[in-house]
Design a protein around this ligand. Sequence first.
Ligand code: ASP
Length: 439
Amino acid sequence: MGITVAKFGGTSLADADQIKKVREIILQDPSRRFIVASAPGKRYPDDTKITDMLIGCYNLAVSGRDYQSELSKVEKRFRKIIDELQVDISFDEEMEVIDRHLGGSSPEQEYMASRGEYLNSKILAAYLGYTFVDPAWCICFDENGDLDLFMTKRALGAALRPLKKAVIAGFYGADPSDRIRTFSRGGSDITGSLVSLAIGADLYENWTDVSGLLAADPRIVDDPKGVEYLSYRELRTLSYMGASVLHTDAVLPVSDLGIPINIKNTNRPEDFGTVIVRKMPKGKTRYPVTGIAGRRGMTVIQVEKVMVSDDAGFSALMLDILKNMGLPFEQCLTGIDTITLVIRSDLLESRKEELISEIRETLKPDFLGIKENQSMIAVVGEKGTEACDANVRVLEAVADAGIEISTINQGAGKLNLLIGVPEERYEDAIRAMYDSISI
Ligand code: ASP
């Protein structure tokens, strides 16, 4: 029998009823031996996540204000879950430790933020009869708060291998001084991926409140199709471009071993969801385009100078300017006599004048133009854009909708076609593109 790592997100574990569903799911398949749990999330749209409540307690404590009433809200929520599930954990003592930490001389934000995962995992482990594993012992961060993958793989593997069934708290670990460190928000996805890697799992299930990834943003496109299969690379590109279904750093650990990730819906476990794989399984239809996603808030800078393409040093100088300014760019396109930069407007904001004068001084361009309020849209499909005329149809659709295209970019990998359009036509462009291709 294979090993499945199942990670359950905040909405899947938001209250006792949700946790009961989770138990049903886990018990249905004996290969679900390693469970990664988030803190209780939102029960309804304007509810507050436990993690945010805990960070709120920390903020009150460090500013010398009374945190007790906020902390008692956290306590009440957990106590309700414990009572309804009738689990036996030493909750009073756990809360005392947290209270003492907050009232102490130097409360720590990351410690507080992690307590939702810690308590929820203890509850879930007791409810399932699984061993609780505290990642403070086996997910290793360095002194700077960055993950130490090498150490983590060893420590986590050693901690989990002897266990038959375990619940591991998501989102945090500890540094060499035993200080609790957290990943960025949504980071329990990363814990799930690390557990899968360390144990050599056959499958990483990521249980959430949607039945997988959609081919386009449903707030823009009516009823977009679900994506059944996609590659790690496609997911990475779609997530980078704004599609949110999994933490972007959760892909790398499992992709090394080629462990598939299955995004599943706790509220509709019968749905297939989305499976993220290295290679598409044989016999599955591959659509020319897997998905469309985009990002607003871009600035396009156009630099023109005759004979640019004959002078290799020109592009290098441009990249040097950006490097020296520490300014990351989204795209740098070179053409005959032109270089075009696409930069996130929020990063450029206070540095625009500096960049412009650097370009003018160093490159002495014949023309320098700036287009603000641009957006970038990625049409993503592994080899898809090569296999058919999807590119042509997408571009035609945008042109037919009367939308000005500011940039077009496709690398030799043909994983995605990136198109720049004005922000005010962003949604129209996505709709036109989606309608033009069969996904
Ligand atoms: N509870 C943390 C958050 O709200 C981590 C997670 O849910 O993955 O971001």
